[in-house]
Design a protein around this ligand. Structure first.
Ligand SMILES: *[C@@H]1O[C@H](CO)[C@@H](O)[C@H](O)[C@H]1NC(C)=O
Ligand SMILES: *[C@@H]1O[C@H](CO)[C@@H](O)[C@H](O)[C@H]1NC(C)=O
Length: 215
């Protein structure tokens, strides 16, 4: 039997729309840091974010091709070595920082333009914008030149590329909800059965949230 306090708590929880015992929805964006489709995709999610923040855990996973002949990174990044640096910066923040820091950093970098993503001065400026300093906790991850040619950086990128592959992600940007591909942006939006506007992503997160929490 429910006690009155549990009832009022439940009412309160449903009033705020998300409660601490509910299971969040995993939103995964498969991206490459200098890919125009990734920038477009992240811009739409930026609009969706305020409405899904409490119900979704958003993470980035990166596409890169393992290649032992690349001595800097051990992978080849489609848009050049600078992209590997940008990918690792974002992975380092994702691991050591907060989601808000990661997202502000990504938006700031994207705003500079895709060919600027990962450059040292942009990385410095955007870290300040996102409210952290590379020197604090992330120095070992990105290295002195902030290009991620470190053991940790290389490992994070290799692991992320492997995780992307395991999720069957082949294009940047690929959107997944609870590990299911719901939409791809590859030049144009493709195979987005539920739509590709911010409102469509918000609706699909809410549907999945309701489904997994039996609401
Ligand atoms: C690895 O990179 C080199 C140099 O970019 C390239 O020639 C080679 O085809 C790549 N190998 C694989 C397996 O992708
Ligand atoms: C999710 O459930 C809430 C509460 O029952 C409901 O108000 C809302 O319309 C549902 N949203 C979707 C997208 O199903």
């Amino acid at each position: 039997m429910r006690t009155p306090s549990l009832i009022s708590f439940t009412l309160f929880a449903s009033f705020v729309g998300a409660s601490f015992f509910d299971q969040k929805v995993a939103v995964t964006l498969g991206v490459m840091s200098r890919c125009p489709d990734a920038l477009a995709c992240e811009a739409v999610w930026n609009d969706a974010l305020p409405s899904v923040k409490d119900k979704a855990d958003i993470s980035l996973t990166f596409l890169a091709t393992p290649n032992a002949s690349d001595t800097d990174y051990g992978v080849v990044c489609k848009h050049g070595p600078g992209e590997c640096g940008g990918n690792i910066q974002q992975l380092c923040i994702q691991k050591h920082g907060t989601f808000d820091q990661l997202w502000q950093y990504v938006q700031c970098s994207n705003f500079e333009g895709k060919d600027q993503v990962g450059l040292r001065d942009v990385a410095q400026r955007c870290a300040t914008t996102a409210g952290f300093a590379w020197e604090d906790e992330l120095a070992d991850c990105v290295g002195e030149d902030l290009q991620g040619k470190t053991d940790e950086g290389r490992q994070l990128l290799a692991e992320s590329a492997a995780a992307s592959k395991k999720l069957n992600i082949v294009n940047s940007c690929t959107v997944l909800i609870n590990e299911k591909i719901i939409c791809v942006r590859d030049g144009t939006w493709k195979t987005c059965e539920g739509g590709h506007e911010a409102s469509d992503f918000i609706r699909q997160v809410n549907e999945e949230y309701n489904r997994t929490n039996d609401l």
